[in-house]
Design a protein around this ligand. Structure first.
Ligand SMILES: NC(=O)c1ccc[n+]([C@@H]2O[C@H](COP(=O)([O-])OP(=O)(O)OC[C@H]3O[C@@H](n4cnc5c(N)ncnc54)[C@H](O)[C@@H]3O)[C@@H](O)[C@H]2O)c1
Length: 250
């Protein structure tokens, strides 16, 4: 499939995990790509490995509004348009409520939610022009009360609310905005994730997929991103696509 020929996509979090797999998938389908991440060394290596495609990269720090805007400006300057915006960069972390600092709360909010506002605001004029679309990576955590994960749950639910509001506000301009909500995916975030040492196991079990399902591969999430971002999903906006092995099934 070459669903992205002639299209320019900006992918954040592209140095690792789901962002990297998404970039690989979009490149394989013909997209011109701007890759963005705070980890410039990894971006550079990855970008070089995609040499068969038209690709460039830019360092950005999601905690810095000016950096978010500069990343979008760099994309427009380099490629002259923007068709697909994938907001994937993010962090995770588990704390008991009483152990979570205000600083850690603010940092997660800045990276996982506020940066999406900054990037979307800067990108919207280009997306309106191209009748493009946005895919934001949320989480199963946005749909479920998860122990030791109050900030992440709140922030990802915020991503859902923001994305749906944008889908409504820009519907008449034919800019779509959708959400992908993964459960556990084999990436660095998941590998580095740990619960408090005295966590209640019965509560932690709420965060597992149904029996018969294990963690997802980043490529499986990327396949969903690619579908949602493609013209095949023309009728889809304001939707949450859940890929969680049944974790949030009632
Ligand atoms: N892996 C999972 O189980 C899982 C589940 C649900 C949702 N998610 C979401 O998927 C997204 C991607 O995570 P992943 O699993 O691929 O993890 P990952 O750690 O492999 O990738 C995250 C990327 O974000 C980048 N990043 C972190 N802080 C940044 C900053 N300040 N500025 C710019 N870039 C920054 C990192 O450098 C990294 O390349 C995140 O939004 C995460 O919340 C992951």
């Amino acid at each position: 499939m070459k669903r992205f020929e002639g299209k320019v996509a900006l992918v954040t979090g592209a140095a690792s995990g789901i962002g990297r797999a998404t970039a690989e998938r979009l490149a394989a389908e013909g997209a011109t790509l701007m890759l963005a991440d705070i980890n410039e060394a990894a971006l550079q290596t990855f970008s070089a490995s995609l040499a068969a495609s038209t690709v460039d990269h830019v360092r950005f720090d999601a905690t810095d509004p000016a950096s978010c805007r500069a990343m979008v400006a760099a994309t427009a300057e380099r490629f002259g348009r923007l068709d697909v915006l994938c907001n994937i960069a993010g962090i995770a972390g588990a704390w008991r409520l009483e152990d979570m600092s205000r600083e850690a709360w603010d940092r997660m909010l800045a990276i996982n939610l506020t940066s999406i506002f900054d990037v979307t605001q800067a990108a919207m004029p280009y997306l309106v022009e191209s009748k493009g679309n946005i895919v934001n990576i949320s989480s199963a955590s946005s749909l479920q009360g998860q122990p030791y994960n109050s900030c992440y749950c709140a922030v990802k639910a915020g991503v859902n609310g923001f994305t749906r509001a944008i889908a409504a506000e820009f519907s008449s301009k034919q800019v779509r905005a959708n959400l992908i909500a993964p459960g556990g995916v084999k990436t660095a975030i998941y590998d580095n994730y740990s619960f408090p040492s005295d966590a209640e196991q019965m509560l932690v079990n709420r965060m597992l997929p149904l029996p018969g399902y294990e963690l997802a591969e980043a490529q499986e999430i990327a396949a969903a991103v690619a579908y949602v971002a493609s013209d095949e999903a023309r009728f889809m906006t304001g939707s949450v696509v859940v890929l969680d092995g049944g974790q949030t099934t009632l």
